[in-house]
Design a protein around this ligand. Sequence first.
Ligand code: SF4
Length: 468
Amino acid sequence: MLEVILRGHDNYYGISDVLRLFYDGISEDRANNRVVCLEADDLTIMSIVDGDSVIASCDDKEIRAVAGDIPVKREVKRTLYRLLVDITSRSFPWGCLTGIRPTLVAGEVGQAEKMAQMYLVRPDKAELAVKTYMEEQRILDTVPEESLCIYIGVPFCPSRCEYCSFVSSDISHHMGLLAEYEQALIKEISLVAPAVTSKISAVYMGGGTPTVFDDESMERILYKIRDLIAMDSDTEFTVEAGRPDTITKRKLTAMRKAGVNRLCINPQTMSDETLARLNRRHTSSDTVRTYHMARETGFDTINMDLIAGLKYEPSERLLESLDAVMDLDPANLTVHTLYKKRRASMDKADVLDRNGSRGDIDTVLTKAYSLLEGRGYDPYYMYRQKDTGHGLENVGFAKPGTGCRYNVAMMSDRRDVLSFGAGAMSKRTFEGGRLERCPSIKDVIGYIKSVEEVADKKKRFFDINSIE
Ligand code: SF4
C-alpha cells in the first residue's frame, strides 16, 4: 500500500487528484492524516507545508520548494507530482494541473511558455489551452453579463451506452414515465419562464437524448418551448439529438419551426462494430443519413461528437472516424476522451487502459487536433474529467464564428443558467466571481411528483423580482 501523509496542510483533494494520475484505488484516511492507495506497492510519502516551504519526500528522495509563483495548495500538488515522476519515471501531458480547467489557468498565466513551466504542462498542451482560452473569451463576450442561458434536461435514452452512468432511464422499461415527464417539464417551464425578463442568450436542450420522444410529443414540447421562452432572433437554440437513430424528418422540421438553430448529432465512432458493442444501437450510415437530412432541413450549425480511446477499437481508429466526419463538413466537432463515469458498467481498467493496449491515445489526439486545425476548425472550449485515460482532455472545435455560446457560458461559471428538468442544475453568478447553485430533484419520479415545488424553489433562487 502507498500512503501519503499530510503535515501542515489539509489538501486531501489535491493529493488524491495527483495520485489518481499514477495509480488506481485512491482513498482518503483523514483520521490518520493520509491518502492511501491500496493497489500500489508499499511506499510512504510525506507531504509537508512548513511556513513558506513545501516538501514532498520519500526515502532518500526529496522535492523542496518555496511557495511563491503559485499558491501553496497548488505547490503541494506540484511537489508531489515531481516526486512521483521521479519515482515512477512517468509524466503526464497536463503535468500537475488537475481539478481545474486548463483554460482558467491559461487565463491566469497568460502565456503558454509560462504555463508549461509553472505547472509542468507539455508545451503543445499549454499552447492549446491558451488558444482555447482566447476563443472562449471571444465567445463569452457575445453573451451579455445580465443575460440568461436556459438548459432543458431530458434524462432518458433509448439504451444506455456502456461507458455512461447518466441517470438515463431505458425507455423500453419506462415508456409511461416519458409521457408524465413531458407534462412535468412543460409545467415547470410554464410556471417559471414567462416571468423571466432577462435577455435569453442561449437555450440548450440536452440529456440524455431529448429526441427520444416520439414525433407528436417532440412537436408539442418544442412548440411549447417556443411559446413560453422569450427568445429573439439572436438566441442560440441547441437540441442535442445525440443518438442518430432517434432523429426523424418530422422532428427536424418541428425544431426548425421552433427556432432551433444548432443541432448535435453524435456518432462517437464511425465503426459499426464498436457502436454495437457499446450498446448504442445505431450505425455509421444512420449518422450520415441523419446528418444529410438535417442539412436539407436547414440546419447549418451541426455539432458532431467523437470519443478518443474507446474500448473495442485501437486508438488510431479515431483518425478514420474523424476523416469520415470531417468529410461531412459539420460546423462543430467535439473530441472527447473516454473517461470513467462512476456508475458506468464499463470497467475502470478498460477505460483508463494504463498499459496502452489500445495504442498511444495521446499521440493520436495530437494528430487529430492538427487534422482539425488543417481543415479550418479552431478549439473553442475545453475541459478535463477525473479518471480519463492518461489525464487527457475534451476539446470542442468550431469553424470560425460557429462556436457554441451555451457551452462556453455554462463552462465559464460566469453567466447565469436557469435549468429545467430532473437533475438539472441552475447557477447564479455574483460580483467578485461568487457562484450559487440550485439543484433540481435528480430522481425522475420525485421530479414529476414535486414539479410545482421545484418551480417555486427556482423562482426564489432567481430572485422573485427578476422573475415575476
Ligand atoms: S446517449 Fe449519452 S446520455 Fe444516453 S446513455 Fe449514451 S452516453 Fe449516456
